[in-house]
Write a protein that binds this ligand. Structure first.
Ligand code: GLC
Length: 615
């Protein structure tokens, strides 16, 4: 079939729903017609190799749900200087078993006012020190040759104040002012502030910024230099969709929709997760299915579970393909600090009971802080108080308790709500940093063991595991951000250090920290990708082994019964259980019985038993 016919076929199948949603939101048929014309143009412009990927993936819609998927997120400059540098490092990523890389924001963004690249000044231009759009396309092609998928951010909630639209708005052009939220007096901003919580209460308080020269207030939910876009204006929606399609056409496999819950604002509300956000995400899904169906949408929804799940849409009318498993991530760290897995078990039971079509991205750490978004209603019923508990977690991970070897820093320590969040790398939070500092080999072994246990837990979950660059070699916190005036105020840079290639090289030297982490992790990844019991669709449930520090998980399909045990306490504990038959320890290869077995402090077991004809 010709490209044009394929486009028409995809459009016809989805046109009515798209039009319905568009008209419901904007009631503007001319703008809808323009959107369709532009979709056509982007579909025609799409390079042949990406078009053939579209057709291939349309025939295999579950392609990204398999157990071989493993992601890594990285900063281009920290990792390899620029885009060309990343292209030169693909073999290292392959050696890490990674087949999906999330490039942290790399579009043009003003120096010193970039929020780590999340303040975009030009959606169609790469930050010059990182390369060009051509380099990006070349990287994408090189990745595809090695079966690596590429993911990038689409920062749609706001633009940088240096974006063309913002500049023209600042100079008073009404057309552009209407793309943002401007007020010439503080009345409405005050009304918004009364109901809208703050994202950065200490580093960027308030939701508005006063522009002296204009005598106007502009809405800035995040930093003052990130101006919120007004999606009530169909011009904003259309233009942002064209930017989205432009980026998709550079050869992206996954587009991460940044801060998506915030994109629609209504006075008198919290301006988060409003129904119109879902209409927009559903439209984005339809638009991408028409123009670039090989592209997946990853929603960044850092909210409580009942707010996250709706971003999958329904099975018939899906929105995002994937979402971050954010509550599970935060609850994992909570289990470590409390040596108590009950809340994590409850959280896993919720996730495991969701339709298998819903795919989560599992992670331990990312470029952001850890917000303590736990199930406080349950914790309250268990006698814990929210503020005190958050304080405990922050102090625990800051290493202020005798039994904590963790190192890191607070983030946005709000003196009013006392709602600080936490920063640090996985290795530092597991005790690698303090062990190295003390030159204590025993502590280092414990820290590596804990780090691997947490990774094993992450890899046991259904969905796509996403590593944070540096974690594979146990990279620790980088305190040099404190000397950089542009980064000093934002402690998230603590875990955004340069990738240490000279240390990474040591992964080839037996017995080094890097080698123990790298080989330990690699072994787990290889077990995961070689066994279909790790497929995201497989039945998974928690297993009560009668000890509040041990989390038991069962994954089971026709072929095998897989049991994982994770001890979140630092002393040995017993998993009280009685399993029939002989299991294999997947790490050591030894045969074992699962009867009241002792799990070492911060240790784990991955055990499996073949079933029926597969024995
Ligand atoms: C997302 C990003 C975060 C950024 C924010 C504003 O939450 O992960 O790093 O600060 O969006 O764009």
């Amino acid at each position: 079939m010709k490209t044009e016919e394929i486009f028409q076929k995809r459009l016809i199948a989805r046109h009515d729903e798209l039009r319905w949603l568009y008209m419901e939101l904007y009631g503007n048929s001319d703008m809808f017609a323009e959107l369709c014309d532009e979709m056509y143009r982007f579909a025609m412009e799409r390079a042949p190799e990406f078009r053939s990927l579209d057709s291939k993936r349309e025939k295999d819609p579950g392609w990204f749900r398999k157990n071989d998927m493993l992601g890594m997120m990285l900063y281009i400059d920290n990792f390899a200087g620029n885009l060309k540098g990343v292209k030169g490092k693909l073999d290292y990523l392959k050696a890490c078993n990674v087949n999906c890389i999330h490039l942290m924001p790399f579009l043009e963004s003003p120096k010193g006012r970039s929020d780590g690249g999340y303040a975009v000044a030009d959606f169609r231009k790469v930050q010059p020190n990182l390369g060009t759009m051509k380099d990006l396309v070349e990287l994408s092609k090189a990745c595809h040759k090695k079966n690596i998928n590429l993911c990038m951010d689409f920062v749609m909630n706001h633009t940088s104040e240096d974006h063309e639209w913002a500049k023209r708005a600042r100079s008073g052009e009404g057309e552009y002012m209407s793309r943002y939220f401007f007020y010439d007096n503080p009345q409405i901003p005050r009304q918004y502030d009364a109901t809208v919580p703050q994202v950065f209460p200490t580093s960027a308080p308030g939701n508005f910024t006063y522009l002296e020269e204009m005598g106007n207030y502009v809405m800035t939910t995040f930093y003052p230099y990130q101006w919120d876009l007004n999606y009530k204006n169909p011009r904003v929606f259309n233009e942002m969709m064209y930017n989205f399609l432009f980026l998709a056409n550079q050869g992206m496999d996954i587009i991460r929709i940044d801060a998506v819950p915030y994109i629609w604002k209504e006075l008198g509300t919290q301006c988060r997760n409003l129904p119109q956000v879902h209409t927009i995400v559903r439209m984005m899904r339809i638009i991408s299915e028409i123009v670039c169906p090989s592209v997946l949408l990853l929603g960044e929804v850092v909210m409580e579970p009942e707010k996250v799940v709706p971003y999958f849409g329904t099975v018939e009318k899906p929105e995002c393909h994937m979402l971050y498993n954010v509550t599970t991530m935060a609850t994992t760290w909570n289990s470590l600090a409390t040596r108590d897995v009950r809340l994590l078990k409850k959280q896993m039971d919720i996730v495991n009971s969701l339709p298998k079509d819903y795919l989560f991205l599992n992670y331990l750490r990312c470029h952001d802080d850890i917000g303590w978004g736990l199930d406080f209603a349950t914790l309250k019923a268990w006698g814990m108080k929210e503020a005190e508990h958050k304080r405990y977690l922050n102090q625990y991970f800051s290493g202020r308790y005798e039994r904590s070897e963790s190192r890191g820093e607070l983030y946005n320590d709000d003196p009013i709500t006392q709602d600080a969040r936490f920063c640090g790398t996985t290795a530092s939070m597991c005790g690698v940093e303090s062990a190295l500092y003390e030159k204590n080999e025993e502590k280092l072994s414990n820290a590596i063991g804990l780090d691997l246990m947490l990774h094993a837990y992450m890899l046991t979950q259904s969905g796509i595991p996403m590593l944070y660059s540096g974690d594979e070699i146990g990279q620790i916190n980088d305190y040099t951000y404190r000397d950089d005036p542009e980064k000093r105020e934002d402690s998230r840079y603590l875990h955004r250090g340069k990738f240490q290639w000279e240390l990474a090289e040591k992964h080839k030297e037996k017995g080094t920290l890097q080698e123990r982490m790298f080989t330990g992790l690699k072994k787990l990844e290889e077990i995961r990708k070689s066994r279909s019991v790790f497929d995201s669709g497989v039945a998974t449930y928690t297993y009560d082994v009668k000890d509040s520090a041990i989390l038991g998980i069962i994954r089971e399909n026709e072929e095998e019964r897989f049991i994982a045990l994770f001890n979140f306490a630092d002393e040995d504990r017993t998993a009280w259980m009685e399993e029939e038959g002989e299991y294999s320890d997947l790490i050591t290869g030894k045969k074992m019985r699962l009867c009241n077995i002792i799990v070492p402090g911060h240790g784990f077991f991955w055990a499996s038993k073949k079933k029926g004809i597969y024995k």
